[in-house]
Design a protein around this ligand. Structure first.
Ligand code: ADP
Ligand code: MG
Length: 339
């Protein structure tokens, strides 16, 4: 007998799943991004027990064609790219075709979906990578995913989860970021039967910031906007008086995608520093629009990082936009209303 064997599909999927799905918030992120990619403008996220026992995502997007159903949960199956060349111009949030196969490998999943053209919808169940049932049912257009008992078949992974309250906190933070990343989408977030967040989707970023982050921040916003070399930035920075002790409120999105970037954070902070005390960080909500051929989002499975073809141009754009937004503004109001 040889010492080396090729792992079976379900083991491969469990290993791969670990890269994409490390906690309930990652399930929510992947499924909501799919809903956005499907053109939904209303997305409801419901969780119980921090998302460990129950996550339901309902959207009013395109739905999935019956012919595509056998492919949906396969690894590397995607409707968003066809060739490696397409990677150079990805405009959707997803493209790796890994999320659904990963989630189905390590949870019990129920999918209900219907396209506008189909006469009836489909209900499909899969658990631990194995199909459990498929049937036609009546349902509205769009897609609902229910994900139960995350890591039920990988106890080692389940052990690394934090308490339901902490996991729910991660999801809540994510929902806030998603709400401001897509102000044109109405998001509803329900935790243990309580509505925690409900945005209008009216595409007015300031309204959504008010709703998500409250009046203290919303009443101190300064508009940031600029264009240079085909790049565009617009959004808001809050005045230094509502600055924070950490970077958690530095939100920026590239083509609607929430990312972390040392370069962009540095540009924001350098521009902000002359107006603030040391070790203070601003609240920002900045949308950058960068032609997709100038960035590479295929750096990491979670797609939190991005590579810039011309980082210096991006840095200069952000730095100058933030600096000129703050310059000449009345930054220290004489009365602080919220205290
Ligand atoms: P990716 O998003 O990288 O394409 P996923 O595994 O997340 O890969 O999804 C696989 C495919 O399933 C998507 O390309 C899309 O065609 C389809 N899909 C997933 N979620 C939805 C949804 N909410 N509405 C419509 N289609 C969906
Ligand atoms: Mg996806």
């Amino acid at each position: 007998m040889t010492k080396i064997t090729v792992l079976d599909e379900s083991t491969i999927n469990q290993i791969a799943a670990g890269e994409v799905i490390e906690r309930p918030a990652a399930v929510v992120k992947e499924l909501v991004e799919n809903s956005i990619d499907a053109g939904a403008n209303a997305i409801t996220v419901e969780i119980k027990e921090g998302g460990i026992s129950f996550i339901r995502i309902t959207d009013n997007g395109s739905g999935i064609d019956e012919e595509d159903m056998p492919l949906v949960f396969l690894r590397h199956s995607t409707s968003k790219i066809r060739t490696a060349e397409d990677l150079l111009s990805v405009s959707s949030l997803g493209f790796r075709g890994e999320a659904l196969s990963s989630i189905a490998a390590i949870a019990q999943v129920e999918l209900v979906t219907k396209t506008a053209e189909a006469f009836s919808g489909i209900r499909y169940q899969i658990a631990g990578g194995e199909e459990k049932s498929i049937e036609h049912i009546g349902c509205p257009g769009g897609t609902t995913f229910i994900v139960r008992n995350l890591f039920y078949n990988t106890p080692a992974r389940r052990k690394f989860l934090k308490s339901p309250v902490t996991e729910a906190g991660y999801i809540s933070d994510l929902m806030e970021r998603l709400s401001v990343s897509h102000p044109n989408v109405a998001f509803k977030f329900i935790n243990n039967n309580q509505i925690k967040l409900h945005t209008s989707g009216n595409n007015n970023l300031k309204d959504i910031i008010y709703h998500v982050y409250g009046r203290d921040i919303a009443s101190h916003l300064v508009t940031v906007e600029d264009d240079a070399n085909g790049l565009n930035i617009n959004g808001f920075i809050a005045k230094p008086i509502v600055s924070r002790g950490n970077r958690n409120y530095e939100n920026y999105f590239i083509n609607g995608r929430y990312i972390k970037s040392g370069l962009i954070s540095k540009a924001i902070e350098e521009a902000f520093r002359p107006f603030s005390m040391t070790h203070r960080y601003p609240f920002t909500c900045l949308h950058l629009h960068i032609p997709s051929e100038l960035i590479d989002v295929n750096v990491h499975p979670a797609k939190l990082e991005i590579r810039f073809k011309n980082g210096e141009e991006v840095y200069q754009l952000v730095y100058h936009a933030v600096k000129s937004a703050l310059e000449g503004k009345e930054l220290i109001p004489s009365v602080r209303l919220e205290e």
